[in-house]
Write a protein of this length. Sequence first.
Length: 150
Amino acid sequence: MILPIYTYGDEILKKQCYDVDLNNKDEINILVNNMFETLKSADGVGLAAPQIGKSLNLFIIDISSEYDFFSFKEVFINPKILDKSQEKESNIEGCLSVPDIKEKIDRHSWIKLEYYDSNFVKQIKEFKGLQSVVIQHEFDHLYGVLFISR
Ligand code: ZN
C-alpha cells in the first residue's frame, strides 16, 4: 500500500521518535513493506517513519542501480550511531518531505551504526559513501531534523 508522505510544515516531522517495540513483528513487517512501496513510487532513496506519519525509530533505504555493485537495500530499526568520522564530505541532498529543494550538506564521511535489520537481527556495521550520506539524512528525521536546517 502506498502511504501519503508528510511534507514540510507538518508537526510530525519535528518530533523525536520512539523506539520500535520489537515484539510487534507482524505490524512492523507490514509497515516496512508499505514504506518500500511508497519509496519506490516516490522515486526516492530513503524514507523515515515520521515521513509517513509514524513517530518511530525506523527508516529504510533503497538505492537501486542497474549496477548490482552499487545497489543497497536495508531496513534500520532502532538505529544508534556508535562512531563517526571527523572528516566530512558535502553532497547535494533532497528530501521527499521537502519537494523541489536541493541543498549542499556536510556529512560525516563514514559512520558506525547499531540497528536491527528486517529479520530483527542486531547488526553493527560501518557505512561510507552514498550509503553513509543517506543514512545520516534519514537518521536526522528520527530526531525531527530536516536537511534544510543543517
Ligand atoms: Zn528526508
